[in-house]
Design a protein around this ligand. Structure first.
Ligand code: TRP
Length: 464
């Protein structure tokens, strides 16, 4: 697989083979996008940032920034057909710029490693909740009992470490064997099943008596509560949830057949991802208000609300088990994507066997994960800048590294690559192409920079 390939431009052959079909690509990208970001992170970040206005900014970011960035990332990936670092270097040279564009790929590889280090810990919580659900601990539990369950669990670092280890093991296993087959099957089943279960939960939360309150919280924008830091958090969450800004989608794009429509695939993935995140909010917030919980409580939010609902439903233990199994699957298909850039790079750059690369990268991530494992117990009081070590890793990656990567990728696609190259990848120079170019040349990079600089206080306050 690693032989040198001829570098015919548009028809460059992939070093890793192709997706079995157009649909397989959409499924794989959807699998990477739909994960803990939608169900665990979106509700708690929205809760911490006051709800409505945050959600609105999030949606605007998804459409005006997320979509053009994702299209740029896929088209770069398909044109380069290599791991993100090699692709950026190759295209940089090919488009008459410099090979130093590879640094963008490098930042992405690092972001993936850092994100997975904490992602795996939260996925470990999910695995533990599969076990708790099976044993029926939530049946008839009160809000206080459910939150005591959560507190007791994350407070026990050894237990959390075991779950994190188990999840990393599962991830390394799939990545080592090569991504293709199993992944397609898993996603094909998982996303529809997750959607169905969320709809069931939605029915429950509509009957909780506090649905209106939940709706109002999510969709009534109160701009007084919105700070530039929340706007940055909304944008960072859009990048995180769509899996963009770090080269993962670029790595997936490298395996995409030439005839697949990048615009169409992007629209499908973005829609699926956004629908699931909004649904999660619609399920969780009514439960928060029905039980007198705090929407801003943080990373424990899903684990404190959903088990309550399951505990009161008939057949709740079955639904709960199913739900946490599906969420674990969703996290699994995302974790694979987070590891892919680093592994693909090690394979191509150092000529390692795939399995060996997966184990090496996996062990590094596993070790880094202990910073997060301990952030909720032993080191919970070790706070600086944005909070615990976990909070800082999250802030650094979502709100700094992903936006930075996204700026460079869109600038590369829209300013450095020649018109012919991008028009060829995006299927001609029609209206949609012009719209992409407008967003990718000006709107997305300027908006990202502006929001970032505002949030860190490097731009003056014009309003006062
Ligand atoms: N989008 C994933 C989620 O919502 C997390 C994620 C961020 C990711 N970047 C990624 C997954 C890159 C795969 C590849 O849970």
């Amino acid at each position: 697989m690693l032989n040198e390939q001829a570098t015919g431009k548009a028809s460059r052959a992939s070093l890793h083979g192709h997706w079995s079909s157009h649909m397989a690509f959409i499924l794989a990208v959807t699998g990477s996008a739909v994960g803990l970001g939608n169900i665990w992170k979106f509700p708690y970040i929205a809760g911490q940032n006051g709800g409505g206005a945050f959600v609105l900014v999030y949606l605007i970011c998804v459409v005006l920034i997320g979509m053009p960035v994702m299209m740029s990332e896929i088209l770069i990936g398909r044109r380069g057909r290599r791991n993100p670092i090699a692709t950026m270097a190759l295209l940089g040279a090919e488009e008459g710029s410099t090979r130093h564009w590879r640094l963008v790929g490098l930042v992405g590889v690092l972001a993936g490693i850092l994100i997975l280090s904490y992602y795996s810990v939260i996925a470990g919580w999910t695995l533990a909740y599969v076990y708790k659900s099976i044993t029926g601990v939530f049946a008839g539990a009160t809000a206080a009992e459910v939150s005591a369950q959560f507190g007791g669990f994350v407070g026990d670092w050894r237990l959390v470490a075991v779950c994190h280890t188990l999840f990393m093991g599962l991830t390394i296993f799939v990545v080592a064997r090569g991504v293709e087959r199993g992944l397609e099957q898993a996603v094909k089943f998982m996303v529809p099943a997750l959607l169905l279960l969320m709809l069931t939960l939605l029915g429950y939360s509509m009957n909780s008596g506090h649905f209106g309150e939940g709706l109002a919280f999510m969709f009534t924008p109160d701009f007084d509560k919105l700070t530039w830091d929340s706007v940055l958090a909304a944008m960072g969450q859009a990048f995180f949830s769509l899996s963009i800004g770090m080269g993962a989608i670029m790595a997936y794009g490298a395996y995409l057949p030439q005839e697949t429509s990048i615009t169409g695939a992007t629209a499908a993935v973005v829609t699926a991802d956004t629908v699931i995140a909004i649904l999660a909010g619609l399920v969780i917030f009514p439960l928060v208000f029905a039980n007198g919980l705090d929407p801003a409580e943080g990373p424990g939010l899903v684990f404190d609300t959903l088990p309550l609902a399951f505990g009161q439903m008939t057949g709740g233990a079955v639904f709960a088990t199913l739900f946490f199994v599906l969420l674990s699957f969703a996290a699994w298909t995302s974790a694979i994507g987070l590891m892919e850039p680093a592994v693909a790079w090690m394979v191509e750059h150092f000529g390692r066997a795939r399995a060996q690369a997966a184990v090496l990268v996996g062990i590094l991530i596993w070790a880094l994960g202990f910073a997060t494992v301990l952030s909720f117990n032993v080191l919970a009081d070790l706070t600086f800048y944005k909070g615990t070590i976990f909070a800082n890793i999250d802030y650094l990656t979502s709100n700094f590294m992903l936006p930075l990567g996204a700026v460079f990728m869109t600038v590369f696609a829209a300013w450095v690559m020649c018109r012919n190259s991008t028009a060829e990848e995006l299927g001609g120079a029609g209206t949609l192409y012009k719209l992409w170019r407008l967003l990718a040349r000006f709107v997305a990079p300027l908006a990202i920079l502006f929001i970032f600089l505002k949030a860190v206080g490097l731009l003056p306050d014009f309003s006062s």
